[in-house]
Design a protein around this ligand. Structure first.
Ligand SMILES: Nc1ncnc2c1ncn2[C@@H]1O[C@H](COP(=O)(O)OP(=O)(O)OP(=O)(O)O)[C@@H](O)[C@H]1O
Length: 326
């Protein structure tokens, strides 16, 4: 059975909608029925092997999309295919080809040693023994899990648990991985480990990755393409640089000076806040911080500095403001 052009791409959505019916109490015995359109005429395709960022403000419809892609939810309208499969009709068949990681929830068995969750996955997915051992060895090495396998999951740090969850999602060699906030709450070192691993997974095994995150650096470091969804609709689909341009987003350079000074002056940056010897300078997100840092270091008594990325909400808010003006 073919689905025309829908089978050409690994993930394909065509005018997908999801409407939830919610009941609100409006009086003692009165309830009002209301419809929430969580996903609205959503169409996009993702070719095999691409790593795509899927971002949007809270309540935009990201989780609903992922739930439809895994078959947990059935679309109210439209057509949706993953690897040529209709997820809600053939959820179990699809489960063998996809992996899912939810940053805020674990699929691991809380009270059992980490390895026990992997043994369960081995049986659940009916992974052939040799392949299971090979994949386990590789994932344990790449995700540095060797010393953690016998530790009960509840004793793992957040970063360790996340690496454990990612390994669990990949033991059966899925062709596509859905990641929902995989770096949330992680420290800088753990974030770097997770990102490094994902990059490798995508380049070496051509795993297709759909990444939901509030951390723009996840996108910047991993995805060549980003899709922005809001109110269930696709607002932007393209490279991250284009998103910055569309929203004219800015990064912030925080500088600590030796002493209190009037607002510093630097090309293509403006001071947006001063607090004692600390000053905040906004500069275009698409521009490298290096020349600005070099200029300030030459002209001012610098003690310390750091760069802050714009958050996704701010970028999207600016994008709307631009659209409203144009
Ligand atoms: N089971 C449900 N019943 C009713 N409404 C729902 C249900 N699931 C989601 N919604 C609503 O659908 C909309 C989209 O929710 P969704 O969880 O997909 O957003 P999200 O982009 O994942 O948000 P977040 O970043 O906060 O996780 C929201 O208005 C939400 O309240």
């Amino acid at each position: 059975m073919t689905d025309g052009h829908l089978t050409e791409d690994f993930i394909a959505l065509e005018n997908v909608e999801k409407v939830f019916e919610v009941h609100k109490r409006t009086g003692f015995l009165k309830r009002e029925r209301r419809e929430v359109r969580a996903v609205d005429s959503l169409s996009f395709t993702v070719p095999r092997g691409e790593m795509v960022g899927y971002i949007g403000p809270n309540g935009a419809g990201k989780s609903t999309t992922i739930k439809m892609l895994t078959g947990i939810l059935t679309p109210s309208a439209g057509r949706l295919r993953v690897a040529g499969i209709d997820p809600s009709r053939e959820r179990r068949r699809l489960a063998h080809r996809i992996g899912v990681v939810f940053g805020q929830r674990t699929t691991l068995w809380w009270d059992l040693p980490l390895i026990d969750s992997y043994r369960l996955a081995h049986r659940m997915y009916r992974i052939p023994d040799a392949r299971y051992r090979e994949n386990l060895d590789r994932l344990v090495e790449l995700l540095e899990l060797g010393t953690l396998l016998d530790v009960p999951v509840r004793q793992l740090s957040l970063g360790q648990r996340m690496r454990g969850d990612i390994a669990a999602a990949l033991l059966h060699d899925p062709e596509v991985l859905y990641l929902d906030e995989p770096t949330i709450g992680l420290d800088v070192v753990s974030k770097a480990k997770v990102r490094g691993f994902l990059r490798e997974l995508n380049t070496e095994r051509s795993t297709t990755v759909l990444l939901t995150t509030h951390d723009l650096q996840d996108i910047e470091q991993l995805c060549s393409r980003v899709m922005v969804i809001d109110h269930g609709r696709l607002m932007y689909d393209g490279p991250l640089t284009g998103l910055h341009e569309a929203g004219e987003s800015e990064r912030t350079l925080v500088v600590d000076l030796e002493r209190e000074l009037p607002p510093v002056e630097a090309p293509s940056a403006r001071v947006v806040r001063v607090e004692g010897p600390r000053q905040w300078l906004a500069f275009p997100a698409g521009q490298s911080a290096a020349p600005l840092v070099a200029y300030l270091a030459a002209e001012y008594p610098l003690v310390d500095l750091s760069v802050r990325e714009p958050d996704i909400e701010a970028v999207i808010a600016k994008m709307y403001a631009e659209k409203a003006v144009s």
